[in-house]
Ligand binder design. Structure first.
Ligand SMILES: C[S@@+](CC[C@H](N)C(=O)[O-])C[C@H]1O[C@@H](n2cnc3c(N)ncnc32)[C@H](O)[C@@H]1O
Length: 284
């Protein structure tokens, strides 16, 4: 038996403390840790079980996608060095494409499964999406992972604001320094999007490969979030195979799920299919 205090506030603090001493979970948004733990305690779990279940949920919905831990300080050094070398040749930053950074950013994106799987698509993915849209002057990227690193491949001018949200504070800090280093208008914020969507309105919202993760924490979260997003266009995607690479009818499964959550919305939807993900362009 756990010698847990009866007061649930104390219990939540104990769960949080026990995760904050782990390498894997210490940077996770405290609000999300507490929300998961609170639901587990309310279901009658002991403190020990709650800690185990909270870790398991955070693993399944976020940590499992991290293929290797990126050394953020080293990554920024590499980027800075590449920019410095290039500035000697010509003005690297006057080229909207930031070509000098692309090979390094590809390496960084390989650290996270979602961006790793998108590497072969970079040249076409954004072009095909943006070609279908009116001019995009601002973007929000919900549960972004390392996806903002793909910005040099997006037909989006550097001065256009890009607002990114995710739960890992170290990754968020890295993304803010990346935006700054690259001369991009952008901001990343640590946020549990299940609690409150702290995002400004934008022309386009990315919600890539994320709804299945959120549904694991809270059934019905996908529909609620989709309606809460303040953007006329939302690009939603789903993985077309499991992390182990098996297809298992995932395209059909998520197509049915997606049809269910937008039923009755009156929104227009266009779909695009790629080897690793199925994309829906939602016009609200
Ligand atoms: C499958 S990854 C997708 C990453 C990115 N959207 C992409 O496609 O490249 C899911 C992301 O959701 C984030 N995430 C999970 N739960 C979240 C929550 N409650 N609030 C915000 N982000 C969350 C994870 O940290 C992870 O980066």
């Amino acid at each position: 038996m756990d010698s847990a205090p009866r007061d649930s506030g104390d219990q939540l603090d104990r769960v949080l403390k026990s995760l904050q001493v782990t390498r894997k979970y210490r940077f996770v948004c405290p609000g999300l840790v507490k929300a998961i733990a609170s639901a587990e305690l309310a279901n009658g779990r002991s403190l020990k079980e709650t800690i185990k279940e909270t870790k398991s949920k955070l693993h399944q919905s976020a940590a499992v996608y991290i293929r290797r831990n990126l050394d953020f300080e080293d990554a920024l050094l590499q980027l800075r060095e590449a920019a410095r070398t290039n500035q000697n040749k010509d003005d690297a930053f006057s080229l909207g494409s930031r070509d000098f950074a692309r090979p390094i950013l590809r390496q960084f994106m390989a650290a996270h499964t979602s961006t790793f799987e998108r590497l072969p698509l970079l040249k076409t993915f954004y072009q095909q999406i943006f070609d279908r849209l009116p001019p995009v002057n601002s973007v929000i990227d919900i549960a972004c992972g390392l996806h903002p690193l793909a910005r040099p491949w997006m037909p989006l001018a550097p001065e256009r604001p890009y607002f990114a949200l995710d739960i890992f504070s170290d990754q968020i800090d890295f993304l803010n320094r990346y935006f700054c280093l690259m001369g991009y208008e952008g901001e990343a914020v640590q946020c549990n999007v299940l609690e409150e969507l702290q995002a400004p309105p934008a022309d386009l919202a990315f919600l890539l490969k994320t709804l299945p993760c959120l549904e694991q924490i809270e059934a019905g979260a996908g529909r609620r979030l989709l309606y809460a997003i303040d953007a006329p266009v939302v690009v939603v995607s789903f993985p077309s195979h499991s992390l182990a690479g098996r297809k298992k009818g995932m395209t059909q499964h998520y197509a049915a799920y997606f049809d269910g959550i937008i039923a009755g919305s009156g929104w227009q939807v266009e779909s695009l299919s790629y080897p690793s993900e199925d994309v829906y362009i939602v016009r609200k």
